[in-house]
Design a protein around this ligand. Structure first.
Ligand code: ATP
Ligand SMILES: Nc1ccn([C@@H]2O[C@H](COP(=O)(O)O)[C@@H](O)[C@H]2O)c(=O)n1
Ligand code: MG
Length: 219
């Protein structure tokens, strides 16, 4: 079914991409941002894990790819993100763990087309990331030494180039993810306070969204 027009025209929709290596604290910081700033948190990884748990059409394929630390086809993720955005009724979204590669970025642009206000990049050394993941203990199938190595490789080869793409557009805000979670959030809070203050001073209804997004092309 077409979802075209589901975002009211003229209404400002704020999207922030949250990117960082595996275990950098994306989910941790997103929870804090939700509490302080009223965003809806959409974790691409969580949406995929729900598909696996619900044993949906693509569940088995997604499970295998995640176990291998590989990326799931972009059309699947973008459809999940769009559905979650529309269902939320909110107009502020944190998109965690996305885009992970150039294909994700292009699929998002062509299907959803809401330009991110900024890209929060949580930067953290690899040794610290590995330590955190191996201590996380949330029963994730991909939190093992073999898969972690593959996830790092994907991050380096496919995700960092996307960060660089947005950096060239002046959209990246880097924070030092090696600090304590509260200290990282002090930096994150300053970034979001500035974003929302700027938006408020601009009237809050200027839209960076395409006027006629091709929402129906994958639905
Ligand atoms: N700044 C921090 N300092 C120390 N530990 C942290 C920090 N931020 C998060 N953690 C812990 O590190 C682990 C990974 O954090 P989190 O799940 O938020 O990362 P993530 O970027 O969402 O990871 P993934 O990409 O694997 O989903 C968790 O156990 C979390 O409690
Ligand atoms: N854009 C994305 C995001 C995630 N995946 C897959 O999910 C795994 C876990 O992601 P987290 O963000 O929760 O760490 C990831 O390793 C990929 O297999 C994806 O394909 N595309
Ligand atoms: Mg996470």
């Amino acid at each position: 079914m077409s979802q075209a027009g589901a975002f009211p025209p003229g209404k400002k929709i704020t999207v922030v991409f949250v990117i960082g290596g595996p275990g950098s604290g994306k989910g941790t910081q997103c929870s804090k941002i939700v509490r302080h700033f009223g965003f809806t948190h959409l974790s691409a990884g969580d949406l995929l894990r729900q598909q696996v748990q619900s044993d949906t059409e693509h569940g088995a394929m997604i499970k295998n790819l995640m176990h291998e630390g590989k990326l799931v086809p972009s059309d699947i993720i973008v459809r999940l993100l769009l559905t979650a955005m529309l269902q939320s009724g909110n107009d502020r979204f944190l998109v965690d763990g996305f885009p992970r590669n150039e294909e994700n970025r292009r699929a998002y642009e062509s299907v959803i087309g809401i330009e991110p206000e900024l890209v929060l990049f949580i930067d953290c050394p690899r040794e610290e990331l590995e330590r955190r993941i191996l201590h996380r203990d949330q029963g994730r199938d991909d939190d093992n030494v073999d898969t972690i190595r593959k996830r790092f490789q994907v991050f380096h080869d496919s995700t960092l180039p996307v960060v660089l793409y947005y950096d060239r557009m002046g959209k990246v805000r880097r924070v030092d993810g090696a600090k304590s979670a509260d200290a990282v959030f002090d930096d994150v809070k300053a970034i979001f306070t500035q974003l929302l203050t700027t938006q408020a001073s601009q009237g809050g209804n200027a839209s960076s969204r395409r006027s006629n997004p091709p929402l129906c092309s994958v639905l």
